[in-house]
Design a protein around this ligand. Structure first.
Ligand code: URA
Length: 435
């Protein structure tokens, strides 16, 4: 068996066997297969696809490419949550402390930005001192003590995904059902949670643009999770426009803090309550959806969630004072309003383009080794269904580099589309898949 032969096989439309997939994943993790061959294989998978059986084999090989975490030292039912990625998706940062404040242990493994979407770890790193490089022992200790810990992917847990994730990010091979399902589910299975709640995004800012494809992805992941003995639920949610208003890193953390104070955007709160409801049900902390919803709303209002977030930030070396003084988070030097080119109702926002604008401002990576600028981003002022007069502000751009800023400004101006007639607000939660 050799990698060149496997690339030819997949490129020609054939199915890879379990042994071939294991050979490829083990060889890549060991460094015997170089990035350029794996990049070619990813592109072949992107165009040819993988069947169900190949996807399951890929997921299992990736999950077993490193240690399988044993979380039995953590008391209670551990529930993991994961999003397929979107623009302005700061859900994990709100949901983690919300559910942890109700006593459900959250041991989360998160990633960095991928393609045009931001990553939880990059966002958290805008808090001075915060780090996610915990040892397994520290991770377990933090979850037992604080009820919430987030670690980056180490070389020990699902290392195949860590390497593939970084490679897919820069080789236009993210938006493939099998690659997304195996990436997410390998991490979740290796990280040892008892139950998994997935947020599967659909729309122009998601990797799956069509609802039909998002549904297939949700079903595939639910099937993989349930067959591995982990109760798995997937919520399909809209990503035809950014979630909330903030897109970037520090700017999203500011919106998270507002939300934890009970003043967040309605869509972000609705999604967190829906996902949180299923997490509480899986953890056996609530008997009905209505009970779970009430508990989640009350915990925000009581201030307990904000306190939990501060406790979590301190436990991972971060300056929790930022939470009470968000002005201490990184700030950009150039700030400018983008104004509406027409009068009317906002009909459409090019969601992926908003993610790309944030990336080009420096908020994401163009190459694997790029450092990101945590202070840049976009604050939307208007969303689909809102009315504007020509010249009203539709968004504020935060940047540091005048050249990048000029390009971002132009892209933002043309990312909004207008209608003379009323446009209905979008439904956020499309479906919930349990089997
Ligand atoms: N999130 C992941 O962890 N992997 C993907 O492929 C997409 C989103």
């Amino acid at each position: 068996m050799y990698m060149g032969g496997l690339i030819v096989k997949k490129r020609n439309g054939d199915t890879l066997t379990k042994e071939e997939i294991e050979f490829m994943i083990n060889g890549y993790v060991k460094g015997d297969i170089p990035d350029y061959q794996m990049a070619a294989m990813l592109m072949a998978i992107y165009f040819v696809g993988m069947n169900d059986e190949e996807t399951v084999c890929l997921t299992m090989s990736m999950a077993h490419s490193g240690d399988m975490l044993d979380l039995s030292a953590i008391e209670g039912i551990k529930v993991a949550q994961h999003s397929t990625g979107g623009v302005g998706d700061k859900t994990s940062l709100v949901l983690g402390p919300m559910v942890a404040s109700l006593g459900v242990p959250i041991a989360k493994m998160s990633g960095r930005g991928l393609g045009h979407t931001g990553g939880t770890i990059d966002k958290l790193e805008s808090i001075n001192g915060f780090h996610t490089s915990l040892t397994t022992e520290q991770f377990i200790e933090n979850v037992n003590r604080v009820k919430l810990a987030i670690m980056g992917q180490t070389a020990d847990i699902a290392p195949a995904d860590k390497k593939l994730y970084a490679l897919r990010d820069v080789t236009a091979t993210v938006d493939n059902m099998s690659l997304i399902a195996s990436s997410i589910m390998s991490k979740k299975l290796a990280a040892g949670a008892d139950a998994i709640v997935l947020d599967v995004k659909t729309g122009s800012g998601a990797f799956m643009k069509k609802e039909k494809d998002s549904r297939l992805l949700a079903k595939e992941m639910v099937k993989i999770g349930n067959s591995a003995g982990r109760r798995t639920v997937a919520v399909i949610s809209d990503m035809d426009q950014p979630l909330g208003y903030a897109v970037g890193n520090a700017i999203e953390v500011r919106e998270v803090i507002e939300t934890l104070n009970g003043r967040g955007p309605a869509d972000l709160e609705e999604l967190c309550v829906t996902l949180g409801t299923h997490m509480l049900l899986c953890a056996g902390k609530a008997a009905t959806e209505a009970d779970a919803e009430k508990m989640l709303k009350e915990t925000i209002q009581s201030g307990a969630v904000l306190k939990k977030f501060a406790e979590f930030v301190s436990a991972q070396g971060g300056d929790s004072d930022c939470i009470y003084h968000p002005e201490k988070l990184p700030q950009a030097s150039i700030v400018k309003e983008v104004t509406a080119l027409e009068t009317g109702y906002i009909k459409k926002i090019l969601c992926e383009e908003i993610g790309v604008v944030s990336l080009l401002l420096g908020g994401g990576r163009r190459k694997k080794e790029d450092e990101i600028d945590l202070s840049v981003g976009i604050m939307l002022r208007k969303k689909v269904g809102d009315f504007v007069n020509k010249g009203d502000s539709i968004a504020t751009i935060y940047g540091n580099d005048p050249e990048k800023f000029k390009d971002a400004y132009h892209r933002m101006e043309v990312a909004y589309f207008y209608s003379k007639t009323v446009v209905e607000k979008k439904k956020l939660i499309k479906d919930i898949i349990k089997e």
